[in-house]
Design a protein around this ligand. Structure first.
Ligand code: ZN
Length: 588
């Protein structure tokens, strides 16, 4: 999701695409054929053999991605590789040398194909990496497969060899033409990367929508997951999204649901890799959060996987890909994730409003909103959003949060401008019609589509919302949706003093974890990692900071004793008054 040196890249991609189309009628390139086995899965290794066509070249170079689409951070997947060796088909060793952190050069001796073997250490329980243990394997393409660094529709075939006791493998990839079990074929490398594979003994549940099969593939549910309820609710999510978009653009869809305590999800064209707690269906809040994940990721199959910023495809797997449009790709997806739950009747109006209020509150209490415009947040995802630290709230905002609110405001704008005849759904559908598939949209094109649907030029509104740090104006949206902000509760007669630092208790020590700009703690020079020892020379239990602050009033000057890198120092602090929450939405 990012941009600047962008022009030359565009040109290069464009030329490649032209070359490909010219070649499309010609013979299809020979596939790369992988066999992936797990001879000792308890040691966390996937063992890969790849038969790679050389085109008769005296040498070929192979490449491994450094990042995976949907997760905008260079992750250096090749760090998990070892024992990379090359042989001829007859088994003769071939010279192989590294030419970059993620590239290998094989001297082929003119052989039409070579055999590459390597091992991949697979022990990161996240949706964008690999996990292998005695019970199951989860493989993501970018973290697993080397390929030829070419652009083009070369098929990639994968055979999964199951260890004894594992009954199946599942992927969104199509079965290979031979119909053999655990044998899959992707028409190109992008599709291979876009189709994670799970092998083991997952619990598989099926439902149909519009005649198309959908699979919930649970790993690690351990009998604790309420499958019948979740499948019924997922079906409603799919049906509700279908109602908005008009058709389901896939043959099958796989929801991978790895229930080992991780979190998050990553979208693909006809599958999603999700992680959650195996207990998620046992509490209302946990379950609604999980439904929100399903709804968000499913919406992505349109918004970003098929209707995408122009920069996000064909992918350069070896470098950061910069885009300014993640406020659409992620922000609007977040907005619709909640809207679809509401339309599907899976959350109440009150729950929906509480969620929206939280999003507004989150933006309005983040000082970084006055520093970083949302398009810049998108551009800098690689170095900011995915590399958050203790200062992030002061200098950055999330394109998820601000993007979702811009979606909500734009929805209201279109409704008002068209007197209710159109809404954001129409914008998304028109953008899809015009720019989905091979096109991609530029920031200007998306803005233009929205103006067209609204029937008025939204250019200056977009400019303020996207390119500046001006506060968003919620008033028109409140009017359009019949809402208002609940009046802040009056301050108590004897308000406590407010420090404004976030803290945690660790082994009986009270540690500062975050200091936001504009708080008394920030102004007084209290730092992250300071251990708070005493106020006005009096100690208190580490978990009783709030209790102690009730003994003081806003405006009181106090001395806060902290330990910083083992040196004790006293800081003069003028306590403030906690801001009153004024971001709770209610119906008019
Ligand atoms: Zn997303």
């Amino acid at each position: 999701m990012i941009r600047a040196r962008r022009r030359p890249v565009f040109l290069a991609i464009f030329i490649c695409v032209l070359t490909l189309s010219a070649r499309a009628g010609a013979q299809q390139p020979e596939p790369i054929r992988y066999v992936v086995g797990f001879p000792a899965p308890q040691t966390h290794y996937a063992v890969v053999q790849a038969v790679v066509p050389t085109g008769g070249q005296p040498a070929i170079e192979l490449m491994m991605p450094v990042w995976t689409p949907g997760s905008y951070l260079v992750r250096e997947y090749s760090k998990n590789l070892e024992s990379v060796v090359a042989k001829s088909i007859e088994g003769r060793a071939l010279p192989i040398a590294k030419t970059a952190k993620n590239r290998w050069r094989i001297t082929t001796g003119g052989a039409p194909r070579v055999v590459l073997n390597y091992r991949v250490y697979s022990r990161e329980m996240t949706v964008r990496n690999n996990w292998v243990d005695a019970d199951f394997a989860m493989l993501n393409g970018a973290a697993t497969f080397l390929t030829l660094p070419e652009r083009g529709p070369r098929p990639h075939e994968v055979t999964i060899q199951l260890p004894a006791g594992w009954k199946t493998s599942v992927t969104g990839m199509a079965d290979a033409p031979d119909g053999a079990p655990n044998h899959y074929r992707a028409p190109d490398f992008d599709t291979l990367v876009d189709c994670p594979i799970v092998a083991g003994n997952p619990d598989i549940y099926t439902f149909q929508v519009a005649g198309k099969p959908h699979f919930l593939v649970n790993v690690g549910g351990d009998g604790l997951w309420d499958a019948s309820r979740s499948v019924a609710d997922m079906q409603r999510i799919v049906e509700t999204a279908l109602k908005m978009w008009g058709s389901l653009p896939y043959d099958k869809y796989v929801f991978f649901n790895v229930l080992t305590g991780g979190g998050g999800g990553i979208e693909h064209k006809n599958s999603v890799m999700m992680m959650a707690s195996r207990w998620a269906t046992t509490t209302h809040d946990g379950y609604v959060r999980w439904l929100g994940l399903v709804s968000h990721e499913f919406f992505h199959l349109w918004n970003v996987k098929r209707l995408r910023p122009i920069e996000l495809g064909p992918f350069d797997y070896e470098h950061e890909v910069y885009t300014r449009s993640l406020w659409i790709a992620e922000g609007f997806t977040d907005y619709y994730g909640d809207v679809i739950l509401k339309r599907a009747g899976l959350v109440t109006d009150a729950e929906y409003l509480a969620q929206l209020s939280d999003t507004i509150r989150s933006l309005q209490t983040t000082p970084g909103r006055l520093v970083q415009p949302v398009e810049l947040a998108s551009f800098d995802a690689w170095i900011k959003e995915y590399r958050r630290d203790e200062n992030s709230p002061n200098v950055s905002i999330s394109y998820y949060t601000k993007g979702a609110l811009i979606g909500w405001l734009l929805d209201a704008k279109v409704r008002q401008a068209t007197k209710g005849a159109k809404n954001l759904d129409d914008v998304m559908r028109l953008a899809f019609q015009r720019y989905s598939g091979e096109h991609g949209y530029t920031p200007e094109q998306f803005r233009q589509v929205a103006s067209e649907v609204a029937g008025q030029d939204l250019g200056s509104w977009f400019e303020r919302a996207l390119d500046t740090t001006e506060e968003l104006d919620y008033t028109p949206a409140l009017d359009a949706f019949g809402l208002r902000f609940r009046a802040a509760r009056p301050a108590p007669d004897d308000p406590p003093g407010w420090l404004g630092a976030r803290t945690r208790v660790d082994g009986g020590r009270l540690l500062v974890t975050e200091v936001r700009r504009g708080t008394p703690a920030y102004d007084a020079g209290i730092n992250v990692d300071d251990e708070v020892l005493a106020i006005n020379d009096v100690r208190f239990p580490a978990d009783q900071l709030d209790v102690r602050l009730r003994s003081y009033r806003p405006g009181n000057k106090v001395q806060v004793l902290v330990s910083r890198r083992d040196r004790v120092r006293s800081l003069d602090v003028t306590l403030g008054a906690a801001p009153r929450d004024s971001w709770e939405l209610e119906k008019r």
